[in-house]
Ligand binder design. Structure first.
Ligand SMILES: Cc1cc2nc3c(=O)[nH]c(=O)nc-3n(C[C@H](O)[C@H](O)[C@H](O)COP(=O)(O)O)c2cc1C
Length: 135
């Protein structure tokens, strides 16, 4: 089955309530388990970054739902790539919240970044995590 990986960033819509992200996640995980979609969602209180991967049709359908979701805005797509092996294969939707420099669930960040992935995807995740590569 052909698979793809898609990443985007967006901003939480004004007036989003605390707790709404938990609802989004619960729904996402149920839908994604059904649709064989896996991925990672990062949120810093203002912006989202998400990677979604799985069968081409499932990922494309999900992206269509996402761009029409009024809970976020200014959606900009980054990667849209064919994928041979999943990056986040055991996460129906891994979640990392970043608050004021403190990483909640930082093991997930380390876990996420330790995986093999295209450079462009790593760059996007790192820009959200505000982690600089040690060069
Ligand atoms: C930041 C963000 C991330 C989301 N991630 C997913 C996701 O991974 N999977 C999913 O099914 N829905 C996700 N959603 C929700 C979808 O936009 C949409 O509301 C939902 O898929 C509709 O599901 P339903 O047709 O079962 O009601 C996300 C929404 C937001 C705002």
């Amino acid at each position: 089955m052909r698979m793809k990986l898609l990443t985007y960033s967006s901003f939480a819509s004004p007036g989003i309530q605390p707790g709404e992200v938990e609802q989004i996640l619960a729904k996402s995980r149920a839908n994604n388990a059904r649709d064989a979609v896996t991925g990672l969602l990062m949120f810093n209180g203002a912006a989202f970054v998400q990677a979604i991967e799985g069968p081409v049709a499932a990922v494309d359908h999900l992206y269509m739902r996402l761009v029409n979701d009024p809970r976020h805005c200014q959606i900009s797509r980054h990667d849209d790539l064919a994928l041979e092996r999943r990056i986040f294969d055991e996460w129906t939707m891994g979640y990392v919240q970043i608050n004021g420099g403190w990483l909640e669930g930082q093991y997930d960040v380390a876990d996420a970044l330790a995986r093999e992935m295209p450079d462009s995807v790593r760059k996007l995740l790192m820009s959200m995590a505000n982690t600089l590569p040690f060069e």
